[in-house]
Design a protein around this ligand. Structure first.
Ligand SMILES: Nc1ncnc2c1ncn2[C@@H]1O[C@H](COP(=O)(O)OP(=O)(O)OP(=O)(O)O)[C@@H](O)[C@H]1O
Length: 924
């Protein structure tokens, strides 16, 4: 951006001296981020008289406008206002001066400061100014910056007059923290105004990423960037503070985490912003309403306990504080999250407000509006068992069917045990919540406490009903303990009985039946059960159960190797969620998670990453403990992209979480698989050895489901990483046999890939190629890609050998070629290039037109090729001898011959040659 020169020809009314900086565009900050998303607004619209940019302080209003107008080479003049510009004479002078910069006006009018009526002087001046403007010109902008400073009604009136009579080529740009009194409502209705608000100005995650990339010397994960943007709601000043405060990616992450509790610098900023200007009444309004996640005038009056709420709200909105409309209706408002944290901090440090009473009033108000979630949150904050029980009696079942477990838990935690034990519904809710959090011992405690309590007061008949419903949850717990026999027996009992307390008990029991069959490997039967569960759940409008049943159907289809079918089922679940507006429910994370797994397998890395990030966003309120699966996916994606340090960060997080919590084997095995691949890539043998000592037990011959299979494969892969192929082989063969018998096609596919690798490593070429061929065959239904690419560069060699030997054709050959291409593109961060020189590869190298001439004219023997690749892998002569099981002197002889043929005299040249040749094959 260049500073525009002041036009000396402009006459200054009343002998005004112009300060150049006031009528120049501001200088761009260092590291200015271009914001092209505003081009549409500025360029493609019909010309309008007013472009209004209004947003709270520090949202980038000025910078964005200056940057865009400059980039678009728009003809623009600036007038940057300050308090003294409330004087109409001064205002008129500067305005005319600014206009003179963009429009050729030979005679500027003079203003008569002694105009006998208020407004007359400025208005007649503006009339003359407008009359002197040329009828047509190229589009131009006149920018009035910091307009909130103007308090003089005469000037507002003058601007309204100006807006009515501006020539079509001239757009007035008003930048303000507040909504200026310029007849905005009318202009908006007439379509004569473009509005840019904090919602538009907020940086999105892509912009924030570019912003941080420019400023930070370290890499920040996409997840952290998205979290930061969410927490600061795209407010650029907070992003700026973040980039100035964090020196490492860990500090960055801590900083973002702590924003929920508050940050002194941000508090100071808000202190300065609002401190002096507030009346006592306004201040009290802000503190009291800070407990609300959103409010309208009615809600405010209830919580404030006085009738002035509406007027106060209006006065605060006019101040341009961090209050934003919740939606386009502009009836409901909320505080910016950081501002709300600040206000709550102030509220907590004052003794003048009775917080408990505020929350109680809020509970009652929300209950009256039938907004159960908010009511529950305030009842918990009020620590009021009577209100909590009231909310739960009215809405507890709904929370449950929606899967609002965290909310339920907060409510139930605040209730005395006795109240729960006396009430079968509350007990059921309590026990389901405990089971959802893997606190299985607690489940039984709650159930038996209630059974004891209820014995004394209930008929035997009623007790039987209660017992039946309790069986549904006991079945689920048995399932989670891996006891599918007991789970089946209990679930059958529960399914047979009508539910009296939780209408969804039978649905839950039916779901356990399906799950139990699934883990036993009875896939078709399990699928049917899950379809039935879905129908039952739909009949009860039990959203959580519908999505759950669909996710399970998808999981079963994945196990059957039908990934496309799984994808379609997921689509149905997404559609259901959309139709019922369930996007905020925690269960949606499950859906995103299984979608990301399919996406990873199909090598759609961006989608896989996006789904994992969305999962994290959904779970933000539930706590980090639940991110394990999402982090695992992000680690897998980082690995597939060859981003080692990012992958290491995620692996470290996953490890920490696994060490701290109890998770289902499904999650654990999935996470371990990724950890092992990572350790193998970075050759961290110690980590793999350590893992083997604590690895979950595995019985490959009983691996009737995907997580037992995965767990078994993990052990085999760990052993292979340590070179213990004979230990790995029986595990993989047993897994393959079970998977084949019961139709676990995806696992079968993965097992064949692992076996191909194993046999390749022990130089059993024939078996290796056979397993790879079978894997490719299965991939025609699974569509698997990710599982192949996980092998790394060695995949290229095996596939080339398969093609070279003519063992595959048609679809399989095409698939193999595509996989080779992808493997070549894949960035591999393992230290050495571990590609062995099979005949197929050597042939491939020799056939290439770009190989050095000597390779063709003085061909190497197979042994020499082998030695060349081992030299390249960094092995010493002794190590090569050991590897090939020959004497050191033999190695030396081969090396001499190799050097002679290729006209080489140093080892470094041999390494260079190998690197060059291999890079042609493996794409690095
Ligand atoms: N596109 C951008 N690239 C880099 N930094 C930016 C960008 N936009 C804003 N900033 C920085 O953010 C801070 C706030 O920007 P700016 O002063 O433009 O906000 P504002 O909304 O006009 O604030 P105020 O109401 O206080 O005048 C400044 O330090 C600015 O340098």
């Amino acid at each position: 951006m260049s500073e525009k020169p002041l036009m000396p020809t402009t006459p200054a009314p009343s002998n005004l001296t112009f300060i150049a900086a006031k009528t120049s565009a501001p200088l761009p900050p260092a590291g200015l981020l271009a914001r092209e998303k505003f081009n549409d607004l500025l360029q493609t619209r019909e010309p309008v008289s007013l472009l209004l940019v209004h947003a709270p302080a520090g949202y980038g209003k000025t910078t964005t406008l200056a940057e865009r107008l400059d980039d678009l080479e728009a003809k623009a003049a600036w007038y940057r206002l300050e308090n003294t510009d409330n004087d109409p004479v001064r205002f008129a002078g500067y305005l005319a001066h600014a206009v003179g910069q963009i429009v050729d006006t030979p005679d500027m009018p003079a203003i008569d400061p002694t105009g006998d009526q208020q407004g007359h002087g400025l208005e007649s001046f503006l009339t003359e100014l407008l009359a002197g403007l040329p009828p047509s010109e190229e589009p131009s902008y006149l920018v009035l910056d910091d307009y909130q400073i103007i308090t003089n009604p005469e000037i507002h009136q003058g601007i309204r007059f100006l807006l009515r009579h501006l020539p079509p080529y001239l757009t007035l740009v008003v930048i303000s923290r507040t909504l200026p009194p310029l007849g905005v409502a009318q202009l908006r209705m007439k379509g004569q105004m473009i509005e840019i608000t904090s919602r538009d100005l907020a940086f999105d995650a892509d912009e924030a990423q570019s912003y941080f990339e420019q400023r930070l010397p370290f890499e920040v994960s996409r997840e952290n960037i998205e979290r930061a943007v969410r927490r600061v709601e795209g407010w650029v000043s907070a992003l700026q503070l973040l980039s100035a405060s964090a020196r490492t990616s860990i500090e960055f992450s801590h900083f973002v985490d702590q924003l929920d509790q508050g940050n002194q610098h941000i508090f100071d900023y808000f202190d300065e912003l609002v401190g002096q200007d507030l009346s006592e009444q306004q201040r009290s309004f802000l503190l009291r309403t800070s407990i609300l996640d959103r409010f309208n005038a009615g809600m405010v009056m209830r919580v404030m306990n006085d009738s002035d709420g509406q007027a106060l709200l209006g006065s605060l909105l006019a101040m341009g504080l961090f209050i934003t409309p919740v939606d386009n209706s502009a009836l409901w408002f909320r505080y910016h999250q950081l501002f709300s944290v600040y206000l709550r901090h102030l509220l907590a440090s004052t003794t003048q407000e009775n917080q408990k009473a505020l929350h109680q009033r809020a509970t009652d108000a929300w209950l009256e509006l039938d907004h159960a979630e908010e009511a529950a949150r305030h009842a918990v904050a009020a620590e009021d068992p009577e209100r909590i029980t009231r909310v739960l009696n009215q809405h507890g079942r709904k929370f449950f069917t929606e899967g609002q477990f965290t909310l339920l838990q907060r409510c139930l935690d605040a209730l005395p045990q006795k109240i729960i034990a006396e009430d079968p519904t509350l007990t059921l809710l309590r026990a389901w919540v405990a089971q959802g959090q893997y606190k299985f011992d607690e489940v039984e405690n709650w159930l038996s406490a209630a059974e004891t309590q209820l014995k004394a007061v209930m008929s035997e008949e009623s007790q039987r009903t209660v017992h039946g419903e309790f069986s549904a949850i006991r079945a689920q717990v048995a399932m989670n303990y891996g006891d599918s026999d007991r789970a089946l027996a209990l679930a059958r009992e529960a399914v047979a009985q009508e539910a009296a307390y939780l209408p969804t008990s039978r649905v839950a029991a039916a779901s356990v039946l399906g799950e139990a069959l699934f883990v036993r490997g009875e896939l078709q039967e399990a699928l049917t059960r899950m379809q039935e569960t879905e129908h039952m759940a739909r009949a009860h409008q039990a959203h959580q159960n519908v999505i759950w049943a669909l996710c399970q159907q998808s999981e079963i289809s994945v196990a059957m190797g039908l990934l496309q079918k799984a994808y379609n089922i997921q689509e149905r679940a997404f559609q259901y969620a959309e139709e019922n507006q369930l996007n905020h429910l925690p269960i949606l994370e499950f859906l995103f998670r299984i979608r990301s797994q399919v996406m990873w397998e199909w090598h759609h890395l961006e989608s896989a990453e996006r789904c994992a990030l969305q999962g994290i966003e959904i779970l933000e309120a539930q706590g980090e403990r639940w991110y394990v699966q999402s982090y695992t996916t992000l680690a897998k994606v980082a690995q597939a992209r060859g981003r080692q340090s990012l992958c290491a960060d995620y692996i470290a997080k996953v490890q920490k979480m696994l060490a701290a919590g109890d998770y289902h084997l499904d999650w654990v095995a999935n996470a371990h698989a990724t950890m092992l691949t990572y350790w193998d890539a970075v050759r961290d043998q110690n980590a793999i050895e350590r893992w083997l000592t604590i690895a979950p037990p595995c019985k490959p011959e009983e691996a009737t489901n995907h997580f037992y299979q995965c767990n078994g494969r993990n052990r085999a892969r760990a052993l292979m990483s340590l070179g213990q192929y004979q230990g790995a082989r029986p595990i993989l063969e047993a897994l393959t046999s079970v998977a084949g018998q019961i139709g676990l096609k995806t696992d079968l596919n993965r097992n064949h890939i692992a076996l191909a690798y194993l046999f390749w490593q022990i130089e059993n070429r024939e078996k290796a190629l056979e397993h790879m061929r079978l894997a490719l065959e299965l991939a025609s239904t699974t569509g698997a890609v990710g599982s192949f690419l996980r092998l790394g560069k060695v995949l290229i060699v095996i596939l080339k050998a398969l093609i070279n030997d003519g063992l595959i054709e048609g679809m399989e050959q095409q698939r193999a070629e595509r996989l080779i291409q992808l493997a070549q593109q894949q960035r591999d961060f393992s230290r050495a290039i571990r590609i062995s020189l099979d005949e197929a590869i050597i042939q491939d190298i020799i056939d290439r037109p770009d190989v050095p001439e000597l390779i063709r004219t003085s061909p190497l023997t197979r042994r020499e090729w082998q030695i060349l690749s081992l030299i390249h892998a960094g092995l010493s002569n002794d190590q090569i001898a050991e590897h090939l099981k020959v004497a050191s002197t033999t190695v030396k002889t081969h090396i001499r011959s190799l050097y002679q043929k290729q006209n080489i005299s140093h080892r470094s040249e041999a390494i260079e040659l190998a690197k060059d040749l291999l890079s042609k094959i493996q794409g690095e």
